[in-house]
Ligand binder design. Sequence first.
Ligand code: HEC
Ligand code: HEC
Ligand code: HEC
Ligand code: HEC
Length: 152
Amino acid sequence: MKKSVTLMLAVGVAFLFAVTCIYAGTKAEDTFKMETKEYAKHTKGLVEFTHKKHIDTHKVTCGQCHHDDKGKALELKEGDDVQKCVTCHKETGKAPEGEKLAKKEKIVKYHKEALHANCIDCHKESNKKAGDPKGKGPAPTSCNDCHPKAAK
Ligand code: HEC
Ligand code: HEC
Ligand code: HEC
Ligand code: HEC
């Protein structure tokens, strides 16, 4: 009897573990640090991103941030698979000397440009709508508001 209880427990734990593993790829944490591994090194403090709060409180739709390989907004629901931004906005190094790209081309090529355009452009817009003509607050737009100085 004792043995079979132990066995059942072991099977249960293994099952839970497997489910967690499968689930992990398709569920975003409520809040997480943006730390794209492809960067050789992060030169700025890691940004704490309130994913769930953006959806629930700030009322941003999935497709305002997640899109397909043509840039077309995705209609997602909880549990859908999502590609990392770096899958397409691949470049995490420095621009080569003398490179001249239009703003849009930079965004498509460089991960940092894509993230900044997505996050900061909306924050400026939303701050303007909230009544700040310069677009500075309350949504964060300055480097240190997003990248904490000390954190590494
Ligand atoms: C304000 C922008 C924004 C909104 C709104 C948003 N997301 Fe995200 N989401 C992100 C960013 C940024 C990441 C991190 C991607 C990365 O690391 O490349 C992410 C990550 C994820 C991940 C995890 C991907 C992984 O491999 O770890 C899932 C799943 C996800 N989002 C689903 C959704 C769904 C579903 C919605 C709508 C209900 C949504 N997101 C709304 C920006 C957003
Ligand atoms: C499957 C590939 C793919 C993924 C994944 C992807 N992008 Fe893009 N993104 C593109 C392409 C392609 C364009 C250019 C679309 C166009 O030409 O209008 C683009 C355009 C953009 C733009 C510019 C929009 C505009 O109209 O100026 C921003 C900002 C952006 N992406 C941010 C992100 C962020 C943030 C993520 C992750 C949450 C992400 N992208 C994930 C392929 C991708
Ligand atoms: C489409 C609009 C939109 C996009 C895209 C967006 N945000 Fe926001 N964000 C907001 C709004 C609205 C607020 C709340 C401003 C306020 O307090 O009134 C906010 C607030 C924040 C805050 C303050 C904490 C909080 O949740 O209240 C942080 C940090 C933040 N955003 C980070 C990011 C990052 C990082 C990205 C890109 C990955 C991003 N945001 C993309 C609209 C957006
Ligand atoms: C709205 C939030 C936000 C603001 C404001 C912001 N960033 Fe970022 N930044 C991000 C996010 C998100 C990433 C992507 C980090 C990742 O995925 O690893 C990033 C990436 C970077 C990177 C590449 C990664 C690294 O640490 O080396 C640099 C450099 C950077 N930002 C510099 C700046 C500077 C300089 C400013 C001010 C002019 C600034 N950022 C303002 C959100 C922000």
